[in-house]
Design a protein around this ligand. Structure first.
Ligand SMILES: [Zn+2]
Length: 103
């Protein structure tokens, strides 16, 4: 995985290092979270999930739903928060405490 700096828009005020720890974040956001090590599964909040279909990486915060009709996925808790609550990048960053108003 790579993050070419030239294609990333400048995110004024966003401080990725202040995003919550994925392990703690998902423990409060997801139902039936279980697993060990760096990966866990939980009921997917993006569709009517009867089984734990959502896989999350507790180190990176990446998530992916195994149900093809749902297919929700993202690379970190910020992407999850945006999708879960239907809000934009800045609103999600502020909600997670990762936005600094002054730079
Ligand atoms: Zn799903």
């Amino acid at each position: 995985m790579q993050f070419p700096a030239c294609t990333q828009p400048r995110r004024q005020g966003f401080d990725r290092s202040r995003l919550p720890d994925p392990r703690a974040y998902y423990a409060t956001e997801l139902d039936a979270l279980r697993g060990h090590g760096r990966s866990a599964t939980a009921r997917c909040p993006f569709h009517d999930d009867q089984h734990p279909s959502l896989s999350v990486n507790l180190d990176s915060g990446a998530f992916r739903c195994r149900v093809p009709a749902c297919g929700s996925h993202g690379r970190d808790v910020l992407a999850f928060h945006m999708a879960r609550y239907g809000i934009g990048f800045i609103a999600a960053a502020k909600a997670l405490g990762a936005w600094s108003p002054t730079r």
